[in-house]
Design a binder for this molecule. Sequence first.
Ligand code: HXC
Length: 514
Amino acid sequence: MSLKNKILEFFNKKAKVTTLGGQKAIDKQYAMGKMTARDRIKELLDPDSFHEYDLFVVHHSKDFDMEKKELHADGVITGTGTIAGKPVCIFAQDFTVAGGSLGLMHARKITKVMDHAIKFGIPLIGINDSGGARIQEGVNSLAGYGEIFYRNTIASGVIPQISVILGPCAGGAVYSPALTDFVFVVDKISKMFITGPEVIKTVLGEEISMEDLGGARVQTEITGNAHFFAHTELECFDQIRNLMSYIPSNNNVKADHTAVKQPKSVVAIDKIIPAEPSKPYDMRHIIKAIFDDSNFFEIQENWAANIVIGFARLNGETVGIVGNQPLVLAGVLDVDSSDKAARFIRYCDAYSIPLVTLVDLPGYLPGIDQEHAGVIRHGAKILYSYSEATVPKVTVILRKAYGGGYIAMCSRHLGADFVFAWPTAEIAVMGPEGAANIIFRSEIANSPNPELTRKLKVQEYSEKFANPYVAAANGHIDAVINPGETRDYLIHVLKNSQNKTELRPTKKHGIPPF
Ligand code: HXC
């Protein structure tokens, strides 16, 4: 065959394979409000940056007439490209080919691109849109999943792993996203579940829609399995690009420095906290008043909202923020908020992102529900993560820091490098009301005017302990600062701690209270 004909043959073969699962299946995909795998890669990555590999891979399955089925690219598109000029590895499952189901060769394409990502220190983005294990391939499909989960685990803490759920993600398939760092979902498109509605109906006799079982809202508001909710696929891609701008490409490099922009918040920082200690306010207003350009990239915004976590920049450098949210349950720590914060702290530590903790909480949430849900085990995770983290850790106590909550929110005792307190800080074993009721119980009961005595005792306790000066006198905090000085102090100490090293005893790994 002449060179010209060989090239012609190549173009014909390529054109055929890149038609995905055919026009009918593509039309069905669009009718469901979904893009195709190729559209998605094109929209997410920098223009013309995608380089595809393994386009001509074919499945080897012979059962159930499979040898007659030509599954283009075996239902998954893989390759490399760039986002904002930085390399990424990517795979996108193609629902138009056998429902994006995962057979052995489909899995091998994914594991190949994962191996590239790990070797080259490049973030991995996986777009999931699949009916799960390819039923016709039996145990080979399961083997494929196992090989993906193994690599997800090996890559954890080495390269960022981002999962985008843009269709069904059913059965054991959900465990790959669950092992990755960030999961993105889109309203009415994403569906994640272990057992689908049909199995639930058969086994339990209950009827439930896929949306109510594991739709985007369920996964971002109830379960916390997903981190980012978007209304459209395009909005989701914007969120991914935004996230990528904050994080480093691997655990050996730093996140990009960006131009410094002053906060543009219009409300003066010292006007945000209400005078009455029990009145709520939005911690995000404080964050916006402190950090560059008043930008806060919040993670898991709609789940365990009593704690806020996310990235911001301080003097152009990425920092991770953990802050109690007085607007929700007074900002208490509970099972979910402890899980949420603990995982984020470990993310920041793995990628050398300094941690800033903003404290205002009355403690751990009391109650039978929490005790029975394991608040001891879950609450311990936040203690473990802060103690384990060796990145620069700076804490600012804004208002309440009571009891276990004071210790847990990156106190000096868990290894904070710097702890600052505003003059409004109240650092005590518990709130003045509760404390006075316990320690002056008989004095109050036996007094001629118990109500007045109680009031006076609460006042006495507040003056003695509900302030930052006892902690300051003991060196548990480093400085009482004016709220308006917070940004300056944070910039100063984070600059000083840039070369922080903190050695720990040699061990294989710790045993966190998972
Ligand atoms: C092979 C599959 C498939 C699968 C879908 N298809 N899922 N083929 N294996 N797992 C095929 C369909 O036969 C169909 O092929 C095409 O994909 C489109 O599927 P539809 O059912 O027509 O689409 P839709 O109505 O949109 O429904 C999508 C769906 C449904 C909800 C995902 O297909 C479904 O319930 N699939 C099974 C989901 C599931 O239970 N997976 C778990 C498998 S077990 P044609 O040729 O007709 O177009 C598992 C365990 C892994 O994953 C364990 C790892 C640890």
